[in-house]
Design a binder for this molecule. Structure first.
Ligand SMILES: [Zn+2]
Length: 248
């Protein structure tokens, strides 16, 4: 679940930390100065008789000079109620009278799928770049050097190499426990028509990622090493991440 920008800032400014903390501690009336939002109490996170737990109500932060526990209203609720970040946000939002933003479950599912696909694409970028350093990529390295591409340029453009194997990337991703559907959904492999294992989309090619404005790898471009290959240049197929009409 994601929150709209500014929601947490609003929540932190609306929630009174001294009120939240006040339910769990006994303030030390001699040390505290309520008017200044400067509150002290024995620490709720470690055993003590003196008051070394400090709340700065205006800044919304707490700090314990004994055990060094520190944080804001959200972390205080997380720690003391033993709940997740989002549950703590919900508790505080209810108290502050802030309605939680409604999530469209289908939109959320789609966003999660895209994030997962982008993660798989990133694994592929790493794989291709590593392959460019292997013995199998010697001709590819020679070709790139012949085109005047310096090591810095290769770094900058994240140039890699897809070895001439049917399941090179596939096996690599499967070894990392990536689901079949995500590899296929990212356009990195194609289902076998004969019922065998899916096979890599890119084989025997110099590879480079195509990134979107947010920096996510959404597709690959690949140049064939074999001059007889019937597709000298090959791009990723359309996927949920890669809309050719919009991206190219
Ligand atoms: Zn403490």
């Amino acid at each position: 679940m994601s929150l709209p920008p500014g929601f947490l800032d609003e929540l932190r400014s609306r929630a009174s930390l001294s009120q939240v903390v006040g339910r769990k501690v006994m303030w030390d009336p001699r040390k505290s100065n309520q008017g200044k939002g400067d509150m002290w109490a024995p620490c709720p996170f470690h055993q003590e008789k003196s008051a070394s737990f400090h709340v700065d109500d205006r800044k919304g932060f707490y700090y314990c000079f004994g055990c060094h526990a520190k944080g804001d209203a959200i972390s205080f609720v997380r720690e003391t109620e033993n709940v997740s970040f989002m549950e703590a946000v919900e508790i505080l939002a209810r108290e502050a009278g802030m309605p939680m933003p409604k999530q469209d479950p289908r939109a959320q599912e789609k966003a999660d799928k895209r994030t997962q696909l982008a993660e798989v694409m990133e694994l592929a970028v790493q794989y291709f770049r590593l392959q460019l350093r292997t013995a199998a990529a010697e001709a590819a390295r020679d070709y790139l050097a012949g085109r005047g591409l310096t090591p810095q340029a290769l770094e900058q453009w994240e140039i890699g190499f897809a070895p001439d194997q049917w399941q090179g990337l596939w096996d690599h991703l499967k070894a990392k426990n990536v689901e079949d559907a995500l590899i296929l959904g990212a356009g990195l492999a194609k289902p076998s028509s004969k019922g065998g294992r899916p096979y890599d989309t890119f084989r025997g090619r110099i590879m480079y990622p195509i990134r979107d404005a947010r920096g996510r790898a959404i597709a690959f471009g690949g140049r064939a090493m074999d001059p007889n290959d019937n597709a000298k240049y090959l791009n990723s197929p359309e996927t949920e991440l890669f809309d050719k009409g919009r991206s190219l």
